[in-house]
Design a binder for this molecule. Structure first.
Ligand code: OSB
Ligand code: MG
Length: 371
């Protein structure tokens, strides 16, 4: 397989409901869509889902655009490959920039699956016909606003809700949601906002009584030792997100018992091959995984649905239906969840068509190797 043309579209879409984490507030997204065309005219799509600002990780839309044009486009065009791993080897010497790499990885995998006439899920080794989806809810102005959001998502059929927490917005809102929904599969995500001190330890002791499925990324990404110490002192499993960028990080997590659940984000780990390898390594270690999201447009979310169909994705993934995020998504049909489940497409590749008119209407800049 040989990619002969690449087009990049930076697409800007508003979120239907603003999203606040411990570090920042988002009202819209600027993601980069990648269209890769091979010598036979087959087309594959990928998405670079970096946030605009470097508050989740170090990348931004701007750094992703620069790295894509300077390093990843030339690497992707140059090679003749059969397996997606060979394609990805083209940019092996580029360090970091996982979000940028993940978009190219996904486009290569989509092409590979389409060439073999199988679904992306099947190409990856997926075994599920549908994936259980959860929703991730941001920090709201008041507890009543949060309760209204939770109720809305439960009414929409989701049975798993993740709440963003931050110092000052933790025990009280979590207790209120737990009191209103005693049976809900509930977990919290701090995005690394807590200092490793006594006040934080008291918060996590209190949360340990809220019957949470997990506490995600309480401390700074690189502080595996703090996570390991906390895991020893609470029953609730810790889940790592930002900490695990590559397989070496996952081995550190496992060796130190710094977490007992892994959030696999295709974007954070630099693509589908690494995500699958992380899935396999976690499975061997008896650590369950789920797929995290970055408010991907339909292109990136379709890849997330596909990887979530692998056997060790035993916890609900952040792959909600398109209507949770956007008034109109970039794929047709829109991705939809029924009773909190998203069917895994069986048609070739990601299983959705890109709505190029809508993409072009919302494109803020673009690049084409043929121009
Ligand atoms: O930590 O999972 C996170 C969104 C932006 C930055 C970080 C995170 C998130 C989400 C979104 O939780 C989940 C989704 O895509 O629905
Ligand atoms: Mg997270």
């Amino acid at each position: 397989m040989r990619i002969e043309r690449l087009r990049l579209f930076e697409v800007s879409l508003p979120l239907v409901h603003g999203f606040q984490t411990s570090s920042h507030r988002k009202t819209g997204l600027d993601h980069i869509l990648i269209e890769a065309t091979d010598a036979e005219g087959l087309v594959g799509w990928g998405e670079i889902a970096s946030p605009a600002d470097p508050f989740y990780g170090s990348e931004t839309t701007e750094t992703a655009w620069t790295i894509a044009l300077r390093h990843l486009v030339p690497a992707a065009l140059g090679t003749e490959w059969d397996a997606p791993e060979e394609f990805e080897a083209g940019w092996r010497r580029v360090r970091g920039h996982e979000f940028a790499k993940a978009g190219f990885s996904a486009a290569g995998w989509d092409l590979h699956a389409r060439a073999r006439r199988v679904s992306l899920a099947q190409d990856l080794g997926g075994t599920r016909a549908e994936v259980v989806a959860g929703v991730s809810l941001g920090i709201e102005p008041t507890i009543d606003d949060l309760l209204a959001q939770v109720q809305r998502q439960c009414d929409a059929g989701y049975d798993r809700v993740k709440l963003k927490i931050a110092p000052g917005w933790d025990v009280e809102p979590v207790r209120a949601v737990r009191a209103a929904h005693p049976q809900l599969d509930l977990h919290v995500d701090a995005n690394g906002a807590y200092p490793d001190d006594d006040d934080s330890a008291a918060v996590f002791r209190a949360l340990d009584d809220a019957e949470l499925t997990m506490i995600e990324q309480p401390f700074a990404p690189r502080d595996f030792v703090a996570h390991a110490r906390l895991q020893k002192s609470i029953r609730t499993p810790i889940c790592l997100d930002e900490s695990v960028v590559d397989l070496g990080d996952l081995r550190t997590m496992l060796a130190l018992d710094a977490g007992r659940i892994l959030n696999i984000k295709v974007s954070r780990m630099g693509g589908l091959s690494v995500a699958r390898a992380a899935h396999d390594l976690a499975a061997d270690a008896g650590v369950p995984v789920w797929c995290g999201g970055m408010h991907e447009f339909g292109v990136g979310r379709a890849a997330n649905v596909a990887i979530s169909s692998l056997p060790n994705f035993t916890l609900p993934s952040d792959v909600s239906g398109s209507d949770k995020y956007f008034a109109r998504d970039v794929v047709t049909p829109a991705i939809s969840a029924h009773e909190g489940r998203v069917p895994v497409p069986t048609t070739p590749g990601i299983g959705f068509e890109v709505d190029l008119d809508w993409v072009l209407q919302n494109t803020t800049r673009s690049f084409d190797t043929d121009r």
